[in-house]
Design a protein around this ligand. Structure first.
Ligand code: PLP
Length: 400
């Protein structure tokens, strides 16, 4: 009998964290590497948010607080959803977690029994299937079509639902594609869900503020208020306010589920960091004009990257509505031989070759469940993006 559990054998390490670590390792060894692997804004956290946490620390706000988060932050989250969806949510219907990642983890632990199915449209955020498996659930992966913007259609959802379905995960705008569901698309999915009252929705809205070209973001409960009692919204401050290291996320939903998630948290991490919650409170309730310049910079980078990729042989790339990723199709490059003689059989080989030969770190699409694609994060400086695109173009030209 080995020391490790069967549970840990069921999951993979996060591929995106692995690429980031590999790029850092090569950089530390003196290589000129441009990292397009990490899902992290390159901006500093806005000053007024940092100041709120500094003030909290200086005031001695350094002790345990309530497991589900400070009452003021929970109220602020409830108020945000009242404001944005028009629906009533009480502070008790919110829980503050250690990042959005723990919100999904706690939800899975609190709701899934062995064999319960979670419909996950692919390409998906790398952690959904593994966190489902860690909770003994069964991920049901539904491949989406690039021609439909990598979004699950009502027919695909209908076909995936079984009596064992517990959840469908909607992530809009999406990691890894940046594509987002329109209000009409959410209406159409809600129609299917109305026919299957046992199916709940997980709406991961963490990229809701990073939206371009006037696209109107909507969360499922706003479009379909009748689904409020079977929808759990996941969100956090990491992406919108450039607060990835602060580790503050949250969930909003039906009281019994939120209470169960809090129970899990009470036996694992307890409260999220007290003074980080003061920063998150300032992020959510303070001036919002800090978000706009970041979104503006992301949009310029998106436009640049999409245009460059589409001009390269063997690559085509949709223009995403939000987030800070692109998911180019590299079907025209895989299956080719690299100048060093190696066979680039799939997106993993291609990504490895890009890193080894040209020092560009990207994540292979296989990590997100739909291939042959690459995920590029453009949350990095324009200067680096220009260099990265030049290097990828060189590879594309050599392979084509
Ligand atoms: N959901 C999605 C789709 C994400 O891409 C991420 C982070 O990459 C998260 C949730 C979790 O973010 P965090 O735990 O940093 O708040």
């Amino acid at each position: 009998m080995g020391i490790l559990s069967n549970r840990v054998a069921k999951v993979k390490p996060s591929a995106t964290l692995a690429v980031t670590a590999k790029a850092k390792e090569l950089k530390a060894a003196g290589r000129d590497v441009i990292g397009l692997g990490s899902g992290e804004p390159d901006f500093d956290t806005p000053d007024h948010i940092k100041q709120a946490a500094i003030d909290a620390l200086n005031a001695g706000y350094t002790k345990y607080v309530a497991v589900a988060g400070t009452p003021e932050l929970r109220q602020a989250i409830a108020d945000k959803y009242k404001r944005e969806t028009g629906l009533d949510y009480s502070a008790e219907q919110t829980v503050v977690t250690v990042g959005g990642k723990q919100a999904f983890f706690n939800l899975a632990q609190a709701t899934l029994n062995s064999g319960d199915e979670v419909i996950i449209p692919a390409p998906y955020w790398v952690s959904y299937p593994d966190m489902t498996l860690l909770a003994d659930g069964t991920p049901v992966i539904v491949d989406t079509q690039e021609s439909h913007g990598f979004k699950i259609t009502p027919a695909e959802l209908e076909a995936a639902i079984t009596p064992r379905t517990k959840f469908v995960v909607l992530n809009s705008p999406s990691n890894p594609t940046g594509n987002a569901y329109s209000i009409a698309e959410l209406h159409a999915l809600a129609e299917v869900l109305r026919k299957h009252p046992h199916v709940w929705v997980i709406s991961d809205d963490i990229y809701e503020k990073i939206i371009y070209d006037g696209f109107e973001f909507a969360t499922m409960v706003k479009v379909a208020p009748d689904l409020q009692d079977r929808t759990v919204i996941l969100n956090g401050v990491a992406k919108a306010y450039s607060m990835t290291g602060w580790r503050i996320g949250y969930a909003v939903g039906p009281l019994d589920v939120i209470k169960a998630m809090t129970k899990i948290q009470g036996q694992s991490t307890s409260n999220a960091t007290s003074f980080a919650m003061k920063g998150a409170l300032e992020a959510i309730t303070g001036p919002q004009d800090c978000v706009e310049p970041m979104v503006k910079a992301f949009k310029e980078r998106r436009d640049y990257v999409v245009a460059r990729l589409n001009a390269m042989p063997g690559i085509s790339c949709l223009t995403p509505e939000g987030a800070f990723y692109v998911y180019p199709n590299v079907a025209g490059l895989v299956g080719k031989k690299a100048p060093d003689g190696s066979d680039l059989k799939d997106s993993v080989d291609l990504a490895s070759y890009m890193l080894e030969a040209e020092g560009v770190a990207v994540v292979p699409g296989v990590a997100f469940g739909l291939d042959p694609y690459l995920r590029l994060s453009y949350a990095t400086s324009m200067e680096d993006l220009i260099k990265a695109m030049d290097r990828i173009e060189k590879i594309a030209q050599q392979l084509a």
